[in-house]
Design a protein around this ligand. Structure first.
Ligand SMILES: [Zn+2]
Length: 317
């Protein structure tokens, strides 16, 4: 006992809270078994002959386990009887109150409790202050009304875990959104931007590759036309007009993309135009079959690369 006398209320009650939880779980199992056993005795014909003895045995074993837990609680409870420190308990259902005793008249034998050993031995005023609106007014009749109007800073373990999980989810979602926002291209006038195949897109990678692809399409289109690949162009009124409209649309989308990319990279539209055209030319020269304009394209690519080097030098990179 001498060693118990030097232990803090929180220390002793933390141990007791563990036994209490253990005992509650055992009691629930025991109740279920006893209910089942009562049914067996009422309707024995539905059960095999050895069911009843095996249930009786299980119940006896649970009772022994309960006794063992109670035996561990006893000296600790005796120490509390001797010193009588303050205690706080919370009812675990949503909005459950904080009470000074498990014997509170407002609760029931079936009430589910959690101990709050961190408050053991603390001033009741402090406990009421922390429990706020959840303070039981029977247990704490002198709780000041301004305390009772405040939200509780005491929560059940369950709620604390739920809150922590929700906070973690929200944090992950915010990080994901920030990451996405960091890669999102926005046109300064809110115009839509385009990825590959002409679909609307706002991810910087899609908008960049979409723009490069538009350059490639424009170059390829010019070559096809030069070869006479579009015999109807300019000769068959309607289809030529369609062709023109398509070209104008690509040029317009490309322009919007370049403006948005310039805004995103904080450069000028001209710089973006050079960079994208450089990529488009490189891809076209590499992937498309040779034609009479390729030499000119290679010259242009060289010029653009030289310009880029100059810009980098000027920027001191
Ligand atoms: Zn109470």
């Amino acid at each position: 006992m001498s060693d118990l006398g030097t232990r803090t209320p929180t220390d002793i009650d933390t141990e007791l809270a563990g036994y209490y939880a253990e005992r509650t779980a055992l009691q629930q199992k025991l109740d279920a078994r006893e209910k089942e056993l009562a049914r067996m005795r009422r309707e024995p014909r539905y059960y095999s002959a050895n069911s009843i003895p095996s249930y009786e045995e299980a119940i006896e074993k649970l009772e022994q386990e309960l006794d063992a837990v109670r035996a561990k609680e006893l000296p600790l409870e005796a120490e509390w009887q001797r010193r009588q420190w303050t205690r706080a308990f919370i009812v675990t259902n949503v909005g459950g109150h904080v009470h000074r005793t498990l014997a509170c008249s407002t609760t029931f034998p079936t009430t589910s409790w959690e101990w709050l050993p961190q408050y053991s031995g603390h001033d009741e005023a402090e406990i009421v202050d922390a429990a706020g609106v959840l303070s039981c007014t029977v247990c704490y009749p002198s709780a000041p009304s301004d305390s009772l109007n405040r939200p509780s800073s005491i929560v059940t373990r369950d709620k604390a875990e739920r809150d922590a999980r929700r906070a973690a989810r929200e944090k992950a979602a915010a990080e994901k959104a920030a990451k996405k926002a960091a890669k999102t291209v926005r046109h300064p006038d809110g115009l839509p931007t385009y990825g590959t195949y002409g679909y609307e897109a706002d991810n910087v990678t899609s908008v960049t590759s979409g723009s490069v692809q538009m350059i490639v399409d424009i170059l390829d289109d010019a070559a096809t036309q030069k070869k006479g690949g579009y015999p109807y162009d300019g000769t068959e009124g309607e289809r030529a007009e369609q062709q023109q409209r398509k070209k104008a649309a690509i040029a317009g989308n490309l322009r919007t993309n370049l403006e948005a990319l310039a805004h995103f990279h904080d450069t000028t539209v001209e710089v973006q135009e050079d960079l994208i055209r450089e990529k488009g030319l490189a891809k076209y020269i590499k992937d498309y079959s040779w034609n009479e304009d390729m030499t000119a394209h290679q010259e242009e690519l060289k010029t653009l690369r030289a310009k880029k080097r100059d810009r980098k030098r000027a920027a001191g990179k």
